[in-house]
Design a protein. Structure first.
Lengths: 434, 472
């Protein structure tokens, strides 16, 4: 085994804050990472995009920190920072020179405890505009930019918490009020809904003392965690097809599937299937569609692990100009079915595992990634030690398990097929026909 | 409960920093093989994922203008077949080692980079040597890569931000400059490329005396010099080899230019404002770094603070210099809501115009402290260290360049920043390039009186011919 075991402490403060500390003295750096167990899945109808908008508000100041000061303070101590929002969580993180760790903890505690003291209509309005521009930039003004919105809407029913994307809708963002933001904070932001992981050149005992000092006084909130349900059948039940006209130069076909939940060992096998099918130039789809038959300009297939009802497995192929899309679609599907019928060869499996192992080694060498993983596994599975067991799990997957999960997932009655067509082409066709 | 603070739940008093642990950029040793190939080894104990780069000077500026894109095509084709392996066998061999091997070229150099667990380094280095010295450039693979690039050009035209970058460099550089075009070439030039172009481009760069192998990571038990000598020691320079020449970075104009690429219905305008900037080898590099951070590098840079945190015009506004062997672009960039296109341009111009007027002590401190403090964070992994050393080699910088970075940044004064701004930012020569819905902002833009405006409207796409299924 190439990847070293990560030793960590794991405890809870009296207010419920879970604290995980892993010492690593190789470099004079320390990573701080907080996961709050709130994501876009917690949003109510008409209030999509709130979890993410809220994440922006978290950088607008708190009782002892002025607007934008969080970021300038972290940068001026030589640190990096960000926050991200996803279906299942919101996380905030800083990586700092290790002698500056205490200031990062203080900043996180101040906003966890006192965010609403500094909240203003002006700051909310400002960040609403920033987020609307983020949506325009990341989705609306980008070729194929709407694919993820279509994917989630197609794989999950309208009343499912995953039906809408994290960025939300412009109308809902427009409608977000100060009261909404306050209610969101009161509902979800509390020490007993958070995991704080600290990794790097630190002393556990000292960190424990600092965390108690800065976070210990923040009261727990009753009624947390907020549990929501989102059971769906394991498959779509029928094929769904969609055509999207977009300002793109090449047609592209997207495939989407419901798949086993994050944490389910069958998803490990499906991740390796993704590697074998589309994980680089040695993969089956790349070899056949891009190199040998020259049907596609690129191919992709991977899974996003989710914990509510179903994960999302998605792939695509961009059509080479002049290629019959039906031929491309059939070839792509044939490769998926082939792996669903016959296990991969020993060599394919060995290569997929070697790459997975090296990827894991590469990812975990950074303290930031280790802290994020510890927070993630603790938040989603109450099992931070999964960081040490996930690679052995991948390495233990058999060829038959890969075939079996492909058989369960790559079914015609479990596929969403979306075809992006060049809009100018479509318009030209219409004009010619008129 | 902590007693401090008005809320009684958090601590009002800010903590102060502890004692910093000493940090030095990882020391490296440099040796030369008998044929002149330079070997740089950086031991980083505890980093079992090794990183290596074989750096070959001469990039996309060192190719004939009519064959633009040849270097990058050649680099991508290196791993598409060798005298020992066809393309598929090669990628399988790489994957079996759990390695990643990429050959890529930029403006200044070609680099074959490798990441591999330490125990398999020697076997992976065999493959690096193979793709560098014995590529076969099979016609079919080169043709496929060429076609991929031609299709990528279509994608670049459709993507507003790539379109803006291409229109920007096309606006600011004179026709004689290679920087006017994309480093991967244009449709016209890429169509001329084939396997023989690739062979010629490799040959003219193949001189071991100018190449460097840089290896970083936990090198316990690994004799880098010996392994390099066994694989590269027998290389001899190709007779066609020649060193990189001077670079023409002539500006297109010494006055304001405004260019609008009309993209009907665009919900944002991609703004680029700038002019040809500076080369990497300048005496005031550190002052320029601090000035760039204040202007458009930090989150609280003048540009981002104004456009994002005050106005909400954008998700992010940035500015900086692309420092190459020649004078790469200086650009301020922001994607903004279409409705605020003109106000955003005016704010950006005001911010750029103001940087020569001085910086506050707070700005100076924040920028210096960030650049000095973040330095150790940048070099946590072997890949990052090898990348930085590749830059040293490619740009011909002294070996102590990284060691002296932090003191040199710390020594930058407010006067130095103003001097760097005066020397490298020229408000009267800024080009303004916009990709967006011109119909929505053109009247306001004209009314702003910023200068003559050139508007580019894409031809309406032709109706497809009957029976012709070539739809690109």
């Amino acid at each position: 085994m190439l990847v070293p075991t990560i030793e960590f402490s794991d405890e809870r403060l009296a207010n419920g804050l879970r604290l995980i500390v892993a010492e690593d003295h190789l470099a004079p750096v320390a990573a701080v990472n907080i996961w709050y167990a709130v994501g876009s899945k917690h949003e109510q109808p008409g209030k999509t995009g709130f979890a993410h908008l809220f994440e922006h508000v978290m950088f607008q100041g708190s009782a002892h920190v002025s607007k934008a000061e969080h970021i300038s303070l972290i940068q001026s101590i030589g640190g990096t920072m960000n926050g991200t929002t996803w279906l299942d969580r919101t996380n905030y993180f800083e990586t700092v020179p290790s002698h500056q760790l205490e200031i990062a903890l203080w900043l996180e505690a101040d906003r966890m405890g006192t965010l609403l003291d500094a909240l203003s209509q002006e700051n909310l309005d400002n960040q609403r505009e920033v987020v609307k521009n983020e949506k325009r930039w990341s989705y609306d003004n980008r070729p194929y930019g709407s694919w993820w919105e279509h994917m989630l809407a197609g794989l999950f029913p309208e009343d499912h918490p995953y039906h809408h994307t994290t960025i939300g809708s412009m109308a809902d963002l427009e409608a977000a009020s100060l009261e909404d933001v306050k209610a969101f904070f009161r509902m979800h932001y509390a020490p007993n809904n958070a995991v704080l992981s600290i990794v790097g050149d630190v002393d556990r005992t000292q960190v424990r003392g600092w965390v108690e000092r800065y976070f210990g006084g923040i009261p727990a909130k009753p009624g947390l965690p907020v549990v929501i349900s989102g059971d769906v059948p394991p498959t779509l039940g029928r094929e769904r097809r969609e055509t999207v006209a977009d300002r793109v130069p090449h047609a592209r076909i997207y495939w989407g599937f419901r798949s086993p939940l994050f944490g389910d060992p069958r998803l490990d096998a499906l991740d390796l299937a993704g590697q074998i099918l589309a994980g680089g130039k040695g993969s089956r789809l790349h070899r056949r569609l891009v190199r040998d038959e020259r049907l596609a300009l690129d191919v992709a297939l991977s899974s996003a692990g989710c914990v509510l009802g179903s994960s999302v497995t998605a792939g695509w192929a961009t059509a080479r100009p002049g290629v019959d899309l039906a031929v491309l679609e059939a070839a792509f599907w044939e490769e998926l079915e082939r792996l669903a019928t016959t296990p991969p060869t020993a060599d394919e499996l060995e290569r997929a595992k070697a790459l997975t192992e090296a990827d894991e080694l590469g990812a975990l060498q950074r303290v930031e990634e280790r802290a994020d993983r510890l927070s993630m596994y603790a938040t989603l599975f109450d099992d931070p030690d999964l960081v040490n067991r996930i690679l052995p799990r991948y390495l233990g997957v058999t060829a038959e398990q890969i075939r079996d999960v492909c058989r369960d997932v790559f079914r015609a009655d479990n596929r969403l097929v979306m075809v992006y067509q060049p809009a100018e082409q479509a318009a030209g066709d219409a004009e010619a026909a008129a | 409960m902590s007693p401090q603070g008005p809320q009684g739940m958090v601590v009002a008093e800010r903590p102060v920093a502890g004692e910093p642990r000493p940090y030095a950029f990882p020391p490296f040793r440099r040796t030369r093989l008998a044929n002149g190939l330079s070997v740089v080894a950086v031991d980083m104990p505890g980093r079992p994922l090794l990183s290596a780069a074989l750096v070959v000077p001469g990039g996309a500026t060192d190719e004939p203008a009519e064959l633009a894109g040849a270097t990058i095509l050649m680099a991508r084709a290196l791993a598409e077949g060798t005298a020992d392996h066809d393309a598929v066998a090669l990628v399988e061999a790489i994957e079996r080692l759990g390695a990643s091997l990429h050959a890529e070229a930029g403006w200044d150099a070609l680099s074959i980079s490798l990441d591999v667990p330490a125990g398999r380094f020697a076997a992976a280095l065999d493959l690096v040597a193979e793709v560098a010295a014995r590529p076969t450039f099979p016609d079919s693979e080169v043709e496929r890569l060429r076609e991929e690039r031609l299709n990528d050009i279509l994608q670049a035209r459709a993507d507003p931000r790539r379109r803006a970058e291409d229109a920007f460099i096309d606006t600011i550089y004179a026709p004689t400059s290679p920087y006017r075009r994309s480093s991967a070439g244009t449709t016209e030039t890429v169509e001329r490329l084939d396997a023989s172009t690739c062979r010629a481009e490799l040959a003219r760069r193949f001189d071991p005396a100018r190449m460097s192998l840089i290896v970083g990571g936990d090198l316990a038990g690994i004799d880098v010099e010996r392994l390099a000598n066994e694989r590269f020691g027998g290389w001899v320079a190709d007779p066609a080899t020649r060193p990189p020449g001077p670079i023409d970075a002539t500006p297109a104009a010494r006055h304001r230019q405004i260019r609008v690429v009309h993209r009907p219905g665009s919900v944002q305008t991609e703004i680029r404002i700038g002019h040809p900037g500076a080369a990497r080898l300048i005496p005031d590099f550190h002052a320029l770094a601090v000035m760039s951070a204040v202007l458009g590098g930090l989150f609280n840079s003048r540009l981002n603070r104004k456009l994002r945190e005050e106005k909400g015009y954008t998700y992010g506004a940035h500015a900086g210099f692309d420092l190459r062997r020649g004078a790469g672009p200086f650009a301020a960039r922001a994607p903004v809501d279409t409705a605020v296109t003109v106000p955003a341009i005016l704010e950006m111009l005001a911010v750029i115009d103001g940087i020569g007027g001085g910086v506050s002590q707070v700005e100076l401190d924040e920028a210096r402290d960030y650049l000095v403090g973040v330095f150790p964070l940048r070099f946590e992994t072997a890949g990052a260290v090898v990348g930085a050393l590749s830059g040293i080699v490619i740009q011909g910088l002294p070996d102590d360049e990284l060691a002296r970075y932090r003191p040199a940044i710390q020594a930058v004064t407010a006067d130095d920043v103003v001097a760097a701004a005066t020397a490298h930012v020229h408000p009267d020569e800024l080009a303004i390039v916009l990709v967006g819905d011109a119909d929505a902002f053109l009247p306001d833009l004209e009314a702003a009186g910023l200068g003559p405006i050139e508007v580019e409207r894409d031809p309406v796409p032709a109706s497809p011919e009957v029976g012709d299924d070539e739809d690109a």
